[in-house]
Design a binder for this molecule. Structure first.
Ligand SMILES: NC(=O)c1ccc[n+]([C@@H]2O[C@H](COP(=O)([O-])OP(=O)(O)OC[C@H]3O[C@@H](n4cnc5c(N)ncnc54)[C@H](OP(=O)(O)O)[C@@H]3O)[C@@H](O)[C@H]2O)c1
Length: 337
């Protein structure tokens, strides 16, 4: 798997063919990260096809990843879901097909909605996410393994799996996961998970390598309201090497054996992102970026502790005030705290 790929989440459909074609032709991209959920596999497929038809690359030169969406975790839905992605991408096989999340959602037929996304019925009076408890991961994985047997994917993998998920999977897997794709950047270094996966010879791919830049609009970026692309400390390091923040953030992972799949629709950014192999960050600078994780985690820990304390205080107020005697109230309070 090439260490730097192109992420395709949020590349608008109308731009995807050209971005992918130019990425392959002009910028030497050989690894493309796709998914049913990104809603643009047809257009990404057109870009790949154009590059192959014009003789820019052969299929064998490329590494194409796609992902099984959460609504297709039941054994019988895995093959049709993989075939649908292959057909949209106009490919005969994936290099890597991954379980997108360790979360099973209630099935939505293709003809009803594709991609189905998270909410089961967006038109319902109370639209909500509906979990499917009838799709255990071991059955999903069995169907994934059969994709390899049938030549539909060279390798299979997982995304967003923690150490316990991977340990459980390894207890029954006939075919080991090739890679685990997880959010990874200096705010979220995932050190224990990376260490565990690498010891098990499972590759790690970092998504959102710029510090959740894509999640800022959703307010899901650790509340910091910025990624690391404009960060002054990262810039200080970047200046030392005559590089950009983006390049430093990518190199921070790749030089530790972690693949990266930054998304961009901007071909200048793409050129930058592909040009990260010819410098090495010093150990001191690598460590400096790890310190972000500690401070981000510290602030998360602080918020988590605060919310736990507040919850307990509210619980104790409720219980204590509903207890009939002072003695009972005191016992309730001790139990709560
Ligand atoms: N498995 C999963 O659950 C999962 C979840 C999320 C993402 N992913 C994958 O990981 C990929 C990347 O993650 P992501 O999209 O969340 O975030 P990302 O790659 O960390 O950040 C993307 C943002 O960075 C900007 N950008 C890219 N290169 C830049 C550069 N050199 N200089 C300045 N800005 C730059 C992009 O804007 P421009 O387009 O304007 O350059 C975009 O706004 C996704 O596309 C997807 O393939 C997987």
């Amino acid at each position: 798997m090439p260490m730097v790929g192109l992420g395709t989440w949020k590349i608008p459909r109308e731009e995807a063919q050209n971005v992918v074609y130019e990425a392959i032709k002009v910028h030497g991209v050989r690894h493309i990260d796709c998914a049913c959920d990104y809603g643009n596999e047809k257009e990404v497929g057109l870009g790949i096809k154009q590059a192959i038809d014009e003789g820019v690359v052969t299929r064998e030169d490329l590494w194409i990843t796609s992902k099984l969406w959460n609504t297709y975790h039941r054994y019988e839905h895995v093959l049709p879901a993989a075939q649908k992605s292959l057909s949209d991408l106009q490919l005969s096989h994936f290099d890597l097909y991954m379980i997108h999340f360790p979360i099973s959602l209630k099935f939505v037929p293709f003809e009803e909605r594709y991609p189905p996304e998270w909410i089961h019925d967006p038109k319902a009076e109370m639209p909500r996410l509906e979990l499917d408890f009838g799709a255990p991961t071991h059955m999903t994985w069995k169907a994934m393994e059969e994709l390899v047997d049938q030549g539909l994917s060279r390798f299979i993998g997982v995304c967003n799996f923690n150490v316990q998920h991977v340990m459980d999977l390894l207890s029954y897997a006939r075919i080991k996961p090739y890679a685990n794709q997880v959010e990874l950047h200096p705010y979220l270094s995932q050190l224990p998970l990376v260490d565990f996966c690498q010891r098990q010879e499972i590759k790690v791919t970092a998504f959102s390598p710029f510090g959740s830049a894509s999640y800022v609009v959703f307010g899901m970026d650790y509340g910091l309201n910025r990624g690391l692309l404009d960060d002054a400390t990262v810039r200080g390091i970047a200046d030392k090497y005559g590089r950009t923040n983006a390049q430093v953030l990518l190199r921070w992972s790749t030089q530790r054996g972690i693949a990266v799949i930054p998304k961009t629709s901007n071909l200048n950014h793409l050129a930058e992102n592909m040009n990260v192999h010819d410098f090495t960050l010093s150990e001191e600078d690598v460590s400096m970026l790890f310190s972000y994780c500690l401070s981000a985690n510290t602030s998360l820990l602080y918020r988590w502790t605060l919310s736990l304390v507040l919850t307990r205080i509210f619980a104790s107020i409720t219980l204590v005030s509903s207890a009939s005697s002072w003695e009972k109230r005191f016992q309730s309070l001790i139990k709560c705290l």
